[in-house]
Ligand binder design. Structure first.
Ligand code: IPE
Ligand code: IPE
Ligand code: MG
Length: 243
């Protein structure tokens, strides 16, 4: 099991990709992969909570995933609602604090209600900070922040020269959370797909060939071990060269 005390990440963000290909490899419909992907997500959340990871952000549905066939979108919505209804009490029992990031205006009233219920129920919990990106796109999030800042400048409440990185970061959907230390994408693609563009500025990027339904706790531990071996320089020189 990963030992987070020894220089482990404080915040892990995961693009859970590969459900469709996992199902296709088994001659099954994509929905079969999404169901298996839901079970994999639950196992990773439980493991993150068990190893004491402070924050986990999971990409479950992107703003661009609305472009998928209506039948797949509605199946995903059904699965999300079912999973939330089923797992919410367990997340709460574990002390997780649940939060959704993304534009929820296109989701059904039922799903929106369940999302709000989950956030309210777990709001004061002190365990794993679990963020689920639903209807999320980083460019849209940044655009929203820019629009808000521009409105404040126009209203005379903010000076343009007072806009800085900290002000922008604080208004992003992940706002006050620690920076993402470790990014994981499963499923073999090497791209960000509009996930956390600002927040990944200095993140360590880990790409796994494993399709998401097969990505288990041991795989997360392997990613964390890999992370621990990285030297993060943040633009400086390597540690030994400083002395
Ligand atoms: C990730 O798996 C789940 C969602 C994007 C909702 P995919 O559905 O993208 O699976 P692949 O990439 O087609 O295999
Ligand atoms: C990214 O996966 C979004 C999620 C996993 C939720 P996609 O499968 O949508 O990404 P692309 O289309 O391959 O870039
Ligand atoms: Mg995909």
């Amino acid at each position: 099991m990963a030992d987070l005390a020894a220089g482990g990440p404080q915040h892990v963000a995961i693009i859970m990709d590969g459900n469709g290909r996992w199902a296709r490899a088994r001659g099954r419909p994509r929905g079969f992969g999404h169901r298996a992907g839901g079970r994999a997500a639950r196992a990773i959340i439980e493991h993150a909570s068990d190893i004491g990871l402070p924050a986990l952000t999971l990409y479950a549905f992107s703003s661009e995933n609305w472009r998928r066939p209506a039948s797949e979108v509605s199946l995903l919505m059904e699965l999300l609602l079912g999973t939330l209804r089923k797992e919410l009490n367990e997340f709460h029992r574990r002390g997780a604090r649940l939060r959704f990031i993304g534009d929820r205006s296109r989701f059904s009233p039922d799903l929106r209600e369940e999302m709000s219920r989950g956030e309210a129920l777990t709001a004061t919990n002190a365990g794993l900070c679990l963020n689920i990106a639903l209807g999320y796109g980083a460019q849209q999030d940044l655009t929203r922040v820019m629009r808000e800042l521009a409105a404040e400048v126009a209203a005379g409440r903010l000076r343009a020269e007072d806009i800085n990185e900290a002000r922008i970061a604080a208004r992003l959907a992940l706002g006050e959370l620690p920076d993402v230390d470790l990014f994981v994408r499963t499923g073999g693609e090497v791209r960000l797909s509009n996930f956390l563009l600002w927040e990944l500025a200095y993140t360590e990027l880990y790409f796994s060939q494993t399709y998401w339904p097969d990505f288990g706790p041991a795989d997360l531990d392997a990613a964390i071990d890999w992370y621990r071996g990285r030297e993060r320089r943040f633009g400086m020189v390597e540690a030994s060269a400083c002395s």
